[in-house]
Design a protein around this ligand. Structure first.
Ligand code: DGL
Length: 283
């Protein structure tokens, strides 16, 4: 089998990049749903339908394990699909298919705790509050997944989300660096104003933003740690594959890049991030 990696567009390439570095011999199929990008401003039900269709295409392309390399998809659709669709779909296909997300590994990295760890009692005085900023799409911010799940695990971490409604679309469209810089700076300023000071750490909670991580680093106070979602996800998937030998990720190092949109070369941002032109085939 191959490992499927899914995003609304090019953002998931940041996760794919880390996965390939960690599992160089594994076979991968990347699917960008560019006919429907961006997802972040869509209603939840639409996102669920699009993610289900994307996973199904990857299962049809020979993947048994699909990674949602998209915070919006994972925040809005993953639990729904795992609970209400996958069990029947597994039976229908007669294969041990599964879908995993990127939010659990990111929260583990942000809290320094395994996912299973939840606070047993509260109320101890918090001496020093660690303020964590999360930049994300509106749909991810609306889900409050980072606030809820981190609050269950760490009383001393306060999470503030900043929805960036236009940013994924601009990155997907290959907007010039000057325009992206202005948008990133305005969101860093907006978050800082709401918190009353800059965050101590930040999560780029939309995989598109990782492609422009240098702009976030420049806009945040020097040295603000960014939790590296692609690296955290690669760690988690590597551990998952050790625990689940039934998912054999192959040995051929094959890489396929598919799009529901227009096939061909991706924009210059991708080329700079990837280090070479990347050509997507139509599905
Ligand atoms: N890259 C995605 C994410 O991580 C989705 C961006 C979008 O389609 O709005 O949220």
């Amino acid at each position: 089998m191959a490992i499927g990696v899914f995003d609304s567009g090019i953002g998931g390439l940041s996760v794919h990049h880390a996965l390939v570095a960690r599992l160089p011999r594994a076979d991968f199929v990347y699917l960008a749903d560019q006919a429907n990008t961006p997802y972040g401003g869509r209603p939840g039900e639409e996102i669920v339908d699009l993610v289900r269709a994307g996973c199904d295409r990857l299962f049809a392309a020979g993947c048994d394990l699909v990674i949602l390399a998209c915070n919006t998809a994972a925040a809005v659709a993953l639990r729904r699909l795992q609970q209400t669709w996958l069990p029947d779909h597994r039976r229908a296909l007669g294969r041990r298919i599964n879908v995993l997300g990127i939010i659990v590994p990111t929260i583990e990295a942000a809290t320094g705790l395994p996912w299973e760890h939840e606070l047993e009692h509260r109320g101890d005085k918090v001496e020093q509050l660690d303020v964590l900023g999360v930049f994300s799409t509106p749909a991810t911010a609306r889900s409050r997944v980072y606030e809820i799940e981190i609050d269950k695990r760490r009383q001393d971490v306060a999470v503030f989300s900043e929805a960036c409604p236009e940013l994924a679309r601009l990155i997907e469209g290959g907007a010039p660096a000057g325009e992206l810089k202005g948008v990133v700076e305005s969101h860093v300023r907006g978050l800082t104003r709401r918190i009353g000071r800059p965050p101590d750490r930040a999560i780029l909670g939309c995989t598109h933003y990782e492609i422009t991580a240098d702009l976030f680093r420049a806009a945040l106070p020097a040295g603000t740690p960014l939790i590296h979602q692609p690296g955290a996800t690669a760690d988690a998937i590597e551990r998952y594959l050790v625990r689940h030998a039934e998912y054999d990720p192959g040995q051929g190092g094959a890489r396929r890049f598919l799009t529901t949109g227009r096939p061909g070369a991706q924009n210059g941002l991708v080329e700079r991030f990837w280090g070479a032109p990347l050509v997507f085939d139509s599905l």
